[in-house]
Ligand binder design. Structure first.
Ligand SMILES: NC(=O)c1ccc[n+]([C@@H]2O[C@H](COP(=O)([O-])OP(=O)(O)OC[C@H]3O[C@@H](n4cnc5c(N)ncnc54)[C@H](O)[C@@H]3O)[C@@H](O)[C@H]2O)c1
Length: 307
């Protein structure tokens, strides 16, 4: 499948023997990670706070797989097999069955601590606990568990099925075999791995947060319209999407949280979030996931009918 590969043909048999991945947080990223793992042959438990949210995540995974079929990247039969491997769950009931657990809840340290405390209790003591955090240091997240040696960062990109990269981050205490398994998992999904030191924002979020924030500052200062700024990034630099389109895809709340983590971590004014971004988040305009961010996203006809 494209640059990233579907994962189906490139699966590492050593990892397939581990069979189950437990994903907590069935939002944009959790559903994409679930789809990617299922496509590569893993059984996936996709968990959220309520049955409705978990089911919504499974539907999101299905939509991602549908899109891969439409683009000719996977066969319909692969989509069906992958969808059948994803089970929704509430809380941590099925966590004990998985040797690898991946957290994908919102980018707030306190929330990550709460979830990691639960994972620590519910998971097998030999299981690996991974975070999909975009920016929070893994060493800080790992403080919530008894054995920080089993915690590692596995940072996927959005949309997971299309993006070739996974950034892997060992925390201060991460054991070498835990890091190795994280790399092996990402490769078994057909991804290319880059490794970053455990600093706020790692490599990728540090780079992209500044770019997106600068675009919001330009809009705030009246330098150009959002449409023109998006066109300038796309056509001037060959970016696949403009910064406002990207912000809407990522989620404005997530982008703001990343900037706040970078600001807290470095105290460098280049990470000072534009107040306009904060206003949008406070207004609940978070991007595609809420139907409106910098642009509006009317529901698809079928969704409108169902609502
Ligand atoms: N959005 C992106 O483009 C992107 C890219 C890479 C990494 N990330 C990172 O991935 C993580 C998740 O981001 P997202 O964009 O998927 O967020 P999201 O808001 O789309 O989804 C988060 C999900 O977590 C659930 N949740 C909240 N608290 C929970 C709890 N205690 N237990 C179980 N589920 C809970 C929410 O109900 C929601 O479904 C964040 O750390 C973010 O920084 C995001």
């Amino acid at each position: 499948m494209g640059a990233a590969g579907s994962g189906a043909a490139e699966t590492d048999p050593r990892l397939l023997s581990r069979t189950r991945v437990f994903v907590v947080g069935a939002g944009i990223m959790g559903s994409g990670i679930a789809a990617q793992c299922a496509l590569a042959g893993y059984a996936v438990t996709l968990s959220d706070l309520t049955d409705e949210l978990a089911q919504k995540g499974v539907a999101g995974a299905r939509r991602a797989l549908d899109s891969a079929v439409r683009k000719g990247r996977i066969k319909e039969s692969e989509r069906e097999e992958a969808t059948a491997r994803i089970e929704p769950a509430i809380g941590y009931r099925r966590a004990g069955a998985a040797p690898i657990l991946i957290e994908a809840v919102p980018e707030k340290l306190e929330l990550k601590h709460e979830v990691f405390r639960e994972l620590d209790r519910a998971a097998s003591p030999s299981a690996i606990l991974a975070s999909n955090t975009s920016s929070l240091p893994i060493t800080s997240i790992a403080k919530a568990v008894k054995d920080p040696g089993r915690v590692v960062g596995i940072h996927f990109f959005n949309p997971v099925l299309s993006m070739a990269l996974v950034e892997v981050i060992p925390g201060h205490a991460t054991r070498p075999e835990v890091l190795e398994t994280a790399i092996e998992l990402a490769r078994s999904l057909g991804k290319t791995v880059v490794q970053s030191r455990d600093t706020p924002g790692f490599v990728t979020s540090r780079a992209v947060a500044v770019t997106m924030n600068e675009a919001v500052w330009m809009l705030y200062e009246g330098v150009a319209s959002k449409e023109d700024i998006d066109a300038a990034y796309r056509l001037g630099f060959g970016h696949p999407m403009g910064p406002f389109e990207l912000l809407d895809l990522v989620g404005l709340d997530t982008a703001l949280s990343i900037l706040d983590v970078l600001w807290d971590g470095y105290r460098d004014s280049k990470y000072r979030a534009c107040p306009l971004l904060r206003t949008f988040v406070e207004a609940g305009k978070l991007g595609r996931k809420t139907g409106e961010g910098f642009y509006a996203y009317p529901p698809a006809p079928t969704e409108a009918k169902a609502a």
